[in-house]
Write a protein that binds this ligand. Structure first.
Ligand code: SAM
Length: 209
């Protein structure tokens, strides 16, 4: 169990994670129309929220972990005072153009059907959900017994979970797309081709229908 501060310092000093984070942030910023608002779902310590707010996007943050939230409140205190970042709680009610969920937030869910139903009530027409999820096909994980033990299940059912990993679930993009339908349509999946074997994360762009 780590504190929000420990998570923040670890992830900000990990060069590999910084590169992945910058890719995700760039994709989100390129997709967001100027001045549009966004909900950072599972916002952690507010690293991405701070950037979206600095780029002119009013940003709501939802974070269920008290440890993460406490650090977010410190890290983003100026933006919260200016109301360019607004902490929110469930149920979600404020309409947004987009929901972003970076670094495996969706891997904490066993099934996304109810989540996408809830998000469909707050994401405006033509808006989107952009999520970064653990890539279940990543060959870098093939050195672990749990990956080899589950690869057949993944290919057959598109999903699996490992109890020892704090209830983290892994999904093929098709399973997420099915859970998001009919409210959202899978518009883009990154990386493509060989990147499925070499990249630890995959980004899914789901467009509100
Ligand atoms: C690896 S952290 C990523 C945090 C942040 N998005 C970032 O980019 O640094 C995963 C986050 O998912 C959050 N989380 C776990 N279960 C969740 C749920 N049911 N709904 C929303 N967020 C959840 C955790 O509290 C944690 O902050």
């Amino acid at each position: 169990m780590h504190t929000g501060k420990q998570y923040h310092e670890f992830i900000e000093t990990s060069q590999r994670d910084r590169v992945v984070r910058e890719q995700f942030q760039k994709m989100a910023l390129d997709l967001l129309p100027a001045g549009s608002n966004v909900l950072d779902f599972g916002a952690g310590t507010g690293i991405d929220a701070k950037l979206y707010a600095a780029n002119g996007h009013p940003t709501d943050v939802y974070e269920p972990s008290a440890a993460m939230r406490d650090y977010l409140l410190q890290h983003c205190h100026e933006e919260i005072a200016r109301e360019t970042i607004v902490p929110v709680a469930l149920p979600l009610t404020r309409k947004v153009h987009a929901v972003v969920a970076n670094f495996a937030v969706l891997n904490h869910f066993a099934d996304h059907t109810d989540l996408f139903e809830e998000l469909s009530a707050v994401v405006r027409q033509k808006g989107f959900v952009l999520a970064s999820m653990l890539n279940p096909y990543y060959l870098g994980d093939a050195r672990y017994g749990w990956w080899r033990a589950n690869i057949v299940r993944l290919l057959r059912y598109g999903r699996y979970a490992i109890a020892s990993e704090s209830n983290i679930h892994r999904f093929s993009p098709g399973i997420v797309a099915r859970a998001a339908s009919p409210h959202f349509r899978l518009e883009r999946c990154f990386p493509r081709g060989f990147g499925w074997a070499t990249e630890p994360f995959m980004f899914l762009l789901l467009r509100r229908t």
